[in-house]
Design a protein around this ligand. Sequence first.
Ligand code: ZN
Length: 353
Amino acid sequence: MPLYEVYGSHYQIGCQIGEAARQQVQHSVDTAHNLLAEAFEQLKLSWEMACILALEHIAFARAHYPQYVEEIQGIADGGECAFEDVAVLNMLDTLMEYPPQLMHCTSMAVSPERSADGHVLVAHNEDWTPEDEEDFYLVRAHPVNEPAFLAMGYGGTLPITGFNACGLASCCQTAYPGDVRAGIPPVILARSVLGARSPGQAIAKLLLPHRAAGYNHLIAHESGELYCVEISAQHFAILGGSDGYAVHTNHYLDNYMRPFERNPAELVRAHVRYHRALRLLKLGSAHTIDSLKAILRDHLNMPDSICNHAVDGGPVEREKTVASLVIDLTERRLHLAWGCPCETPYAVYELDD
Ligand SMILES: [Zn+2]
């Protein structure tokens, strides 16, 4: 996977990503265009409507997190794309009001008392549209006023899955709240976590008012503190990983949040991935990078398995694991497989080169 080294203000960081990944940015905009055109009968969302709605969300983001809107502007300028096209890309799931067929991502973490070497380990499978797989990249960023981070993005989207120099890792999964409205898009909230210096600060950054919707966030800290934060536009729940394990997929786990789920009966695939991952995690008491990779390669419930191969179906149904990550937070090291981890070996990347 390409690795881009970027420095400076948020706008400069965005520009450098856009310039380096210009072809990927433009390809991901084309892919999103095609997706909305192909799925128009289902979604009733034209590109023009998506642009208007995206700019409405951007107004909220600009009021609360202008620095990340500047990053999007930078990606658009560097990638030689229109700002609104890149804005649509960054909030496509919110604009489509979460087509329930897509069941993105599985995240796990273990604290030092559950790992063989006392390290904090985080594992994540990124499940996404197969057409976008070639557009993924890693960013090693050195923002002027926030901690350095190593994270993954694709095309023109903000990097949101990774870890920072304060020993904080962030992964998220699509959630399906029923209270979607105009507000700060989930991708902006997710991006803000990589700018946090402690778990408490990370959670506070997620819970600003005027949210458009929400993701499920798994946050791990080098101290061994693990959190899952479940968010909708108007509600949230904070779950701690007190027994040293944390697992999250796409449904809400907290009883308070469950009534806010848009269509719980359509989330069966998220439930079975969750229980499979939790059971495999709890079968081991001394986890290693390799034991977590083995869980990420699991194929029970194929093709909707933890290692996702659901490549057949309509335009908003197709998905697969496009990247698989294991983070050793103690060593600040990322093991990454580009594609399904059952087919692709992991390569190692470090925050400090
Ligand atoms: Zn597989």
